[in-house]
Write a protein that binds this ligand. Structure first.
Ligand code: PLP
Length: 421
């Protein structure tokens, strides 16, 4: 599942002792395993092999250039959601013909940049957005390709913040509206309607919601075919879940075995947009224990990483396994119930609550596991904290793939107006 393993009681990433990195780089930092990243990508390629999908890694999960480059070199396309992501996707060397662009709120300027680059297609989320893409394509004298993002109204059984395919969510277009749009396709002179897209949510551990959604979309394709609409691509989005705790997500192979018969029946070119599945378990957050603090009701472990570094526990009450870099020696056997908290001035700043862990000591290092997806990409400078460094291990080498922020970075863009000087 991943390349973070204990060897002689010390946690290693591939062949590197993580504590050696911690001492050289200082904490907190994100650490990624190149092998794990590539292995997860290849697992999907192989599981869905019979339909030869284009896998567009969803770079919102983690957009570090080194990770993007590794995946692009392995053949991956990219799923983007902003002009900034387009910029980084191109910096990583991604072929624009392997870029798909979702987001309910693409600005005209962002659309212009993507049309000019002739990306594979926009995953379009509303009638109004179609008008803007059509206008921009007409201004530039080109044809832009679009896929309608369908909201199939299925329950993905995940956290409600990351449920995206219900009609109460802001995403996608309901079937009736999509049908009307396709009937009116002739009025969009500069658009090619060549795909359908869905993305029903994230951290989905069962294939059933996908099956329900794809079946509905297949019925829809049959209906519009009668109207003379030809669809070339079916993009089934991302969302495949990973193991954080005790959940048992289906493996890529299991997912594929359930979904492939449906996908094959469409005869369409298939696209997948996984993010978490590829990078989630390929990364950890390494942090140092600053203080132990016992109160009448709690045992707090105060670490040097906070919600600004990893917001998932605060935002979704997400579970991340916490492991010491050095496994407990005999003298500190036995489990203690801890709240592992950061230095931020919020009571919502925690990495784990009421967690039974081997007795912890001040000054030791901890690994917050499964932090590769929606970790650094959601990090902030809240409390004027420096965004952490990012490090990648390949074999027995490690590489700093993003420097830790400096104090200069914190003040660089602020401006004191003349009258205050
Ligand atoms: N595609 C779209 C449109 C998304 O919004 C997301 C995540 O929010 C993804 C793909 C990636 O999801 P995941 O990381 O769960 O695979």
């Amino acid at each position: 599942m991943h390349d973070f393993k204990y060897k002689k009681n010390r946690l290693y990433c591939e062949s590197v002792d993580i504590e050696d990195i911690a001492r050289k780089v200082s904490t907190p930092f994100y650490l990624y395993s190149y092998n794990t990243l590539l292995d997860h990508y290849k697992k999907l390629v192989s599981a869905f092999g019979p339909v030869k999908p284009l896998i567009c890694y969803s770079m919102k999960a983690n957009s570090n250039l080194a990770l993007l480059r590794a995946l692009v070199k392995a053949g991956s396309g990219l799923d983007i959601v902003s002009g900034g992501e387009l910029y980084k996707a191109l910096q990583a060397g991604c072929d624009p013909k392997k870029i798909v662009y979702a987001s309910v709120g693409k600005t005209e300027a962002e659309i212009r940049q993507a049309v000019a680059k002739q990306i594979l297609f926009f995953n379009v989320e509303s009638f109004s957005e179609l008008r803007v893409i059509n206008k921009v394509a007409s201004d530039l004298g080109v044809i832009a390709s679009v896929a309608l993002r369908i909201n199939p109204d299925v329950e993905p059984k995940t956290h409600h913040y990351i449920t995206t395919g219900k009609l109460t969510n802001k995403f996608g277009i309901d079937f009736k509206t999509a049908y009307n749009i396709l009937q009116a396709r002739g009025s969009f002179s500069h658009l090619k309607f060549n795909g359908l897209h869905m993305h029903i949510g994230s951290q989905i551990i069962q294939s059933t919601p996908y099956i329900q959604a794809i079946k509905k979309i297949i019925e829809f394709i049959k209906r519009v075919k009668i109207e003379g609409v030809t669809i070339e691509y079916l993009n089934i989005g991302g969302g495949l879940g990973i193991i954080y705790n005790e959940e048992k997500p289906q493996t890529a192979k299991e997912f594929a075995s359930k979904i492939l018969p449906l996908l094959k029946s469409t005869g369409l070119k298939i696209i997948l947009e996984p993010g978490r599945f590829i990078v989630g378990n390929a990364g950890i957050l390494v942090t140092k224990v600053l203080y132990l603090k016992k109160t009448p009701l709690k045992n707090f472990v105060i670490v040097d990483a906070g919600m600004n570094d990893l917001i998932r526990p605060s935002l979704y009450c997400a579970y991340h396994e916490i492991l010491p870099l050095k496994q407990a020696s005999g003298k500190r056997e036995g489990l203690v119930k801890y709240d592992v908290v950061g230095p931020i001035c919020e009571s919502g700043d925690f990495l784990a609550k009421e967690r039974k862990l081997p007795r912890i000591e001040e000054g030791e290092f901890l690994a917050v596991m499964s932090a590769g997806a929606y970790g650094f990409s959601m990090a902030s400078n809240y409390n004027c904290r420096l965004k952490p460094a990012e490090v990648m291990v390949k074999g027995n080498q490690f590489y700093i793939i993003r420097k830790r922020d400096s104090y200069l970075d914190l003040a660089r863009k602020d401006k004191i107006p003349e009258f205050l000087k």
